[in-house]
Write a protein that binds this ligand. Structure first.
Ligand SMILES: *[C@@H]1O[C@H](CO)[C@@H](O)[C@H](O)[C@H]1NC(C)=O
Ligand SMILES: *[C@@H]1O[C@H](CO)[C@@H](O)[C@H](O)[C@H]1NC(C)=O
Ligand SMILES: [Zn+2]
Ligand SMILES: [Zn+2]
Length: 609
């Protein structure tokens, strides 16, 4: 319960304030000023004492009643009378066959919405009340801290959603004591639901990983890939996976692999029954899901699917998030047409976060619009499908400390930011950076500094980013980059400055994020401000599945390790080494002067998202 405790929280005040308050309260009770009352004892004095005693008794009564009421109303939320009967029964439990779609906008904070809304209005010439689909489905906000930090990473963030429990930054559905916690997806699978994951980053990245695998650290992506295709204590828990990250499924002897070993996980997937698709043509042959056969493994990029701003011009190579979402919904809906249970699907707009890490506002607004279209596609599905269902969407955290303003000079700034600067960019800083690398490796190899600058000025800045006024310092920073400031950062910063959009970090921030739903009725327990774990609890409650039972099952399997998956000894070897166990996993670190020190060696630039 989000509001628990607020009634009884004492207001802190000092002794001085306390005596002042006592006098004020006296004055209020008697209707007289406090000064000079010593002279009039007698009846009036005893009347005051009586009134005071009555006030104390009444206060105690109110507190007792409040405690009793709060206690009674704690666990089972009361269902508002107007709710549709087919989804929530009178005891606060949903009833009947139903589907649940959970969407994660990784790294999307409130400012991402403001920026995208204004950008879209500018580009499409829309009136100021023309808002995003998401804007029309806002129902609440989520607090995002992890067990180990006020600023979460995606792993702890997704563990809050999957297990409904707080854990440490880096944890893939394991608890601070390095034991596994059952996930809503695993519980759904055991209860007979079909399950799916759709993402635009690697399927082994933290958010999808947390629903269908367990690891002490998010970096154990090879193990995560193995678990996702069924080398898992519960067997295969996924019916559908679509996204990037092929490199962790390919043996390291194959081109495009990023595995540490020579295991062929595509082959393992095939042995576990998966149908494998790995190109746009094969995706199109799924015919929007009509011809999809589950279980299905779709890997459409070695690592990330390109940002939407770049993918637009490579549509013949990569499907969009919306296309993957529609295909997954159709496939899962068809596969559950005759079953008692529906499906659980997690869809992630994964790279809103990456655009935040890159401080790239042009890439970000296109990512948010792509997510908005996918959200809209899910709403269409729910409208048309005969099985009732709910869509809930939220972010795991904000990324970048994005701000819709920026002071560029010491003089007081004007109140504005310029969406047209973002509109002039046709590509991301990441794309510009890889184009520069290619140039440097080929025709630019023997070019003079001046020739390089000319190439950057015309073939990248003007052509791809719409920037026609670079300074010499900016061109220098791109052609002769500092070791910790990649040209990608410089490109994105050039756009941000010109648009007067601000960023406070290349990492995450601790601001509350939004919660969205297909209808405030269907997801009524999430209205208002909530802890991120309550979002996870909602998912399990809506499906009426027993996540604790799965946790017990996983923890009973402490010695499970049929595939010799990791090198760690003892219990839970399959979770991998709990490296960094000297680092606190269940409490916040304290300040130790870190504002001064940050060596280049430990700059996690672009490392952990
Ligand atoms: C992208 O390609 C698919 C088919 O391969 C097509 O259906 C879709 O309309 C294309 N989208 C754009 C924006 O061209
Ligand atoms: C608990 O989990 C086991 C498998 O781990 C499953 O067979 C059983 O049905 C589950 N019970 C409930 C009540 O979900
Ligand atoms: Zn994240
Ligand atoms: Zn991130």
């Amino acid at each position: 319960m989000a509001q628990e405790g607020t009634l009884l929280t004492p207001q802190p005040y000092t002794d001085d304030q306390a005596s002042m308050r006592a006098e004020e309260e006296d004055a209020l009770l008697t209707g007289e000023r406090t000064r000079g009352r010593e002279e009039r004892r007698g009846w009036a004095f005893w009347r005051q004492i009586g009134l005071f005693a009555w006030a104390v008794i009444a206060t105690i009564l109110v507190i007792v009643l409040a405690v009793v009421y709060q206690h009674e109303s704690h666990r089972v939320p009361k269902v508002p009378a107007h709710l549709p009967k087919d989804s929530w029964g009178p005891d606060g439990k949903p009833t009947g066959k139903r589907n649940l779609i959970f969407m994660v906008s990784d790294g999307m904070g409130p400012t991402s919405l403001s920026l995208t809304r204004s950008f879209r209005q500018h580009v499409e010439g829309l009136p100021i009340d023309d808002i995003l689909v998401l804007d029309q489905h806002l129902i609440g906000t989520s607090r995002t801290r992890s067990s180990s930090s006020l600023v979460t990473d995606s792993a702890a963030g997704a563990t809050a959603f999957s297990c409904g429990l707080k854990s440490y930054n880096g944890a893939i559905s394991v608890l601070p004591d390095h034991s596994p916690c059952g996930t809503v997806l695993e519980a759904a699978k055991l209860a007979g639901y079909k399950t799916g994951l759709v993402v635009t980053t690697r399927l082994t990245d933290a958010t999808p990983a947390c629903f269908a695998s367990h690891a002490n650290l998010r970096q154990y992506e090879d193990s995560i890939a193995e678990q996702e295709v069924g080398e898992h204590p519960l067997g295969r828990v996924l019916d559908l996976m679509m996204g990037g990250g092929r490199c962790h499924f390919l043996p390291n002897s194959a081109e495009g692999s990023c595995r540490g070993d020579n295991r062929d996980i595509i082959d393992v997937a095939a042995k576990n029954g998966f149908n494998y698709v790995n190109s746009r043509a094969q995706f199109d042959a799924l015919n929007g899901g009509v011809d999809a056969k589950l279980p299905l493994l779709g890997l459409f990029a070695d690592k990330d699917i390109p940002y939407e701003i770049d993918r637009r011009s490579q549509n013949e190579t990569y499907p969009s998030l919306e296309e993957m979402a529609r295909t997954a919904l159709k496939a899962l809906s068809d596969a559950t047409r005759d079953s008692e249970q529906g499906f659980f699907l997690m869809i992630e707009g994964s790279r809103i976060d990456h655009a935040g890490h890159g401080n790239d506002p042009a890439a970000q607004v296109h990512e948010v619009m792509a997510y908005d279209r996918a959200f809209s596609a899910v709403l269409d599905f729910l409208e048309e499908d005969s099985t009732p269902g709910v869509l809930v969407g939220t972010s795991d955290h904000e990324t970048g400390g994005l701000s819709a303003a920026r002071q560029l000079h010491t003089s007081y700034p004007d109140y504005l930011w310029y969406p047209e600067v973002l509109a002039k960019a046709s590509h991301s800083g990441e794309y510009a950076d890889s184009k520069l690398r290619e140039y440097n490796a080929q025709s630019g190899k023997d070019a003079s500094t001046n020739d390089k600058k000319e190439y950057v000025r015309y073939s990248i800045l003007e052509k791809d980013l719409g920037i026609t006024d670079p300074t010499d310092a900016e061109l220098d920073a791109i052609v002769n980059p500092q070791p910790d400031i990649s040209p990608a950062y410089v490109f994105a910063d050039m756009i941000s400055r010109r648009a007067q959009v601000g960023w406070s970090t290349h990492g995450h921030s601790g601001v509350d994020v939004n919660i969205y739903a297909s209808s405030s009725k269907g997801a009524w327990p999430l209205a208002g401000n909530h802890e991120n774990t309550e979002v996870g609890n909602f998912l399990a409650d809506y499906l009426d599945v027993d996540v604790a039972n799965v946790t017990k099952h996983l923890q009973d399997a402490a010695s499970w390790n049929p595939f010799g998956m990791r090198s760690a000894d003892g219990d839970y070897a399959w979770l991998g080494d709990p490296v960094g166990s000297d680092v606190g996993t269940d409490s916040l670190d304290t300040y130790h002067g870190d504002f001064r020190k940050r060596s280049l060696a430990e700059c996690g630039c672009g490392g952990v998202h």
